[in-house]
Write a protein that binds this ligand. Sequence first.
Ligand code: BG6
Length: 471
Amino acid sequence: EKLPPHVMVLFGATGDLARRKLFPGLYKLARAGRLPADYQVIGSGRHSPGSDEEFRDQVRKGLAETVGDLDDDLVAELVGRVSFQTSNADDGADLAEAVRTAEQALVGGDDVSDVRRLVYLSVPPSAMQDMIHMLGREGIAERARLVIEKPFGLDLESSRELDAALKDVVDEDQVFRIDHFLGKEAVQNILALRFANGLFEPAWDAQHLTSVQIDVPEELGLEGRGSFYESTGCLRDMVSTHLSQLLGFVALEDPGEFSADAVRDAKAKVFADLQPLDPAKVVFGQFEGYRDEEDVAEDSDVETFVAIEARVDNDRWRGVPFYLRTGKALAQQRRTITLRFRTAESLIFGEDPGPNELVLELTDDPQVLIDMRAKRPGPDMELAEATMRMDFSDAIPGADPLEAYERLLLEVIRGEQTLFTRSDEVDRLWQVVQPVLDSPPPLQTYAQGSWGPQAALDLPEGGWRLGRDDD
Ligand code: BG6
């Protein structure tokens, strides 16, 4: 694959995301020979980490902490392409100059029209708009693909302002709104499972299913991200983004082809049918001890847990509730989608044998499971519960999975937008959550290591799959 020379500008280059995900992602792409032959990386931010050499040291250290089995030559080669230039929303002249210099160095001359710019904006929502204006003013946005980190605004109004700022400066095909869940192998597998098998899709509707659960509990607490969390909260951090995107993939109609337009049209259609949330069907929780965390207000009402019942009002899904749950400091770290089937109609075994469940484990060792009943081997016609389990690493040996950020960086370099969210999707998802932002449900506390407030446990009819018998 011949890729044009790239200048990559990483805003927030000294931050946590760059250290934990972006530089490791670039390293792994380099190791797999998937980066362009010619590229340079300019880290940027308001505060300088010191000289270029000091910045490189920081990158080197970050790689050593996050990637196992480092190849020293490869690290040296990657880090040798890295430099740092301070900038801020008011002043980007030096950065613009640094970008031009890097481009000329890459092509060895003045005709830099073939060089592509990748500008990664890992900056808080409050700073995003001004940064985008700066990129426009300084000409940095020309020939650029802009990668925008979530949340895209903080409500419907601010997201529309952000979108207007983007449209002033670039075209939609230059905007890559990142939702890293879409970079996960197991999430893309939802499409493979549904549309490459004759078995599942015919049963993927209200006639066969009684409910869908999208359950993403996290064991982790704040991890030092108190000030970020205070300004976003769980609903914006996880629900209107990652969990809604999972819902989109589960619920969409056959896109007809695997292209950016087709997949995103199908997803946008689901979101158009997704009903604005009813605050009476939303549970907000906060873990005990949250208010004692660093950078958290003593009387903070920010939610660290959300459970909701959502409805998709179309022919396929009318009558099937979608239960979404996520939160910090919970009992387990999981990403699990459960489709619950209607019970069998036959009465030959007497009483109602109970539902089947198809379970997609999107955790780092992805699995697909089907809970079913079988005859218990033995003299009598008795039923037993049994689980059919497919483990990807066993079922498809020798595969070469990509980490989410690694994949998404590669997709940006390729200019492939299928796994990025489009402006209309984001707008609709803010419309869907806006009623809850306007009248949030009462906040309930929960014990760390639990499954959240009691009210959330009672939300789905038949209960949640996770935590049911501590499986
Ligand atoms: C991030 C959120 O986008 O996703 C975090 O900001 C969350 O709060 C994380 O912990 C979860 O992602 P993953 O890939 O670790 O499941």
